[in-house]
Design a binder for this molecule. Structure first.
Ligand code: W6P
Length: 431
């Protein structure tokens, strides 16, 4: 049971845009006190953001909303919203009163211990919510595949559904980032000897990580603050994404060796190791999706019987105002102009034959090993066709962009633009 007025009230409030610079600043002066400040922010912000996601789900066409996967989504978002509200109701008493009741209950003797106890409890709640929503993307894909079957006439979801998916995924990602950042900071504060980003850089890392929150393998000398890498080694991240894409390619085509990726620096970037502030998990997702598509296009265009393929060329350059551009160029035959926007549609697939996705068995597998859906959301060979749509969304979320340009008969060039730190501010709306 839920008080509908509380939901409407929360949904009528404005979301506060995240700033990557602010997230970094918070993490640089880490203390129990600054973590509590962030907790207070999330305590206000998360009910607002969850209520807006619930409204978006409720406004869907009945035929989609009433599918079992979407009913599950609504149920999960409602439960999370209620838990956050309940915490908010309780914590208001803690913050305002002298905490007498809680002190007696927990036998706490000082304020520091009390604050740590509050933070532990909130982190546990955020972790529960994170786990609950790990399978959201599979539910969405499943629901839409059922809806498409019902619609039957259309091969792509309608623009209304595309708009919903963009808006919902954008909102969901904002939540994931603020929750992931808080949990990572909490982890770093209370277990400083064991960094949250200790996963090694292995080829199958996108599928294998069991991390609880947004995290992606980085080099050992990581200076990560929460989920942000203030000085990310972009080339190392590209190499890592290349290995992941090549691994997936090789798994898919078995005996065919994937194209190589050649990284080149424009003159203005200077030295080889360009550093740039990013959320590595997001950029890794984008790079992995683009490289995978370029590799597939290259191999299919030149023929699967070839022993080698033209390189995929990656070029890094920075603009005069401090933004970073990453260009990924393939010689995979390109696309005619009328098709160049298609990869950004949800449910887009490059596979020529229609692959039937066995959602019930995916759900069963995920229930046994939920961490498979935890990061990147790209269960590699399942291919929901969300990869490039979400990549563009990820690039745009903090002010950047992802643009495809293509020459039919030749190749395709994808350009990722990332804004400089001060301009990495969350875009709450798009289009
Ligand atoms: C293609 C199609 C595509 C989509 C996204 C990225 C690169 C490429 N190359 O031929």
């Amino acid at each position: 049971t839920m008080d509908p007025q509380r939901l409407t009230l929360a949904a009528s409030r404005a979301q506060t845009p995240l700033s990557i610079a602010q997230c970094l600043k918070l993490g640089q002066t880490m203390s129990t006190r600054s973590l509590l400040k962030n907790l207070t922010f999330l305590n206000r912000e998360l009910p607002v953001r969850f209520s807006k996601r619930i409204m978006e789900l409720r406004n869907l066409p009945r035929e989609l909303r009433d599918t079992e996967p979407f009913m599950n989504l609504i149920k999960n978002y409602t439960l999370s919203f209620q838990e956050l509200q309940a915490y908010s109701d309780n914590s208001r008493l803690w913050f305002l009163s002298p905490n007498i009741h809680l002190r007696e209950e927990l036998e706490l003797d000082d304020n520091e211990t009390l604050q740590i106890a509050i933070q532990k409890e909130y982190a546990d709640l955020l972790q529960t919510i994170t786990n609950r929503h790990k399978q959201d993307v599979v539910y969405m894909a499943h629901g839409i595949s059922l809806f498409k079957r019902y619609q039957s006439s259309r091969s792509q979801p309608s623009t209304e559904i595309q708009r919903f998916l963009n808006s919902f995924n954008r909102g969901r990602l904002g939540i994931r980032i603020m929750v992931g950042h808080h949990l990572a900071l909490q982890h770093q504060l209370h277990t400083p000897d064991e960094p949250a980003s200790s996963a090694s850089a292995s080829a199958s890392s996108t599928a294998a990580s069991s991390s609880a929150y947004l995290s992606t393998p980085t080099s050992a000398h990581s200076t990560r603050i929460g989920i942000i890498e203030p000085q990310c080694d972009i080339e190392a991240l590209i190499l890592n994404a290349t290995q992941s894409a090549q691994f997936v390619f090789f798994q898919h085509y078995n005996t065919v060796f994937p194209p190589n990726v050649h990284i080149e620096h424009a003159k203005e970037v200077g030295g080889r190791n360009i550093r740039f502030p990013v959320v590595p998990a997001l950029l890794h997702h984008i790079l992995f999706e683009l490289l995978k598509n370029s590799m597939r296009a290259t191999a299919e265009f030149h023929g699967l019987d070839k022993s080698s393929y033209p390189d995929i060329e990656v070029k890094l350059s920075s603009s005069a105002d401090g933004d970073l551009n990453i260009r990924i160029k393939d010689h995979g035959g390109g696309m005619p102009p009328e098709q160049v926007m298609k990869p950004f549609n949800y449910m887009f697939t490059t596979a020529s034959n229609t692959v039937c996705i066995d959602f019930p068995s995916i759900m069963t597998a995920l229930e046994k090993k939920p961490e498979r859906a935890a990061i990147g959301e790209n269960l590699p060979l399942c291919g929901f066709g969300f990869g490039l749509a979400t990549s563009k969304l990820y690039a745009r979320l903090f002010g950047g962009d992802l643009i495809l340009s293509s020459i039919a008969g030749s190749g395709t060039e994808a350009t990722i633009r990332l804004r400089k730190l001060e301009d990495q501010i969350e875009r709450l709306e798009d289009e």
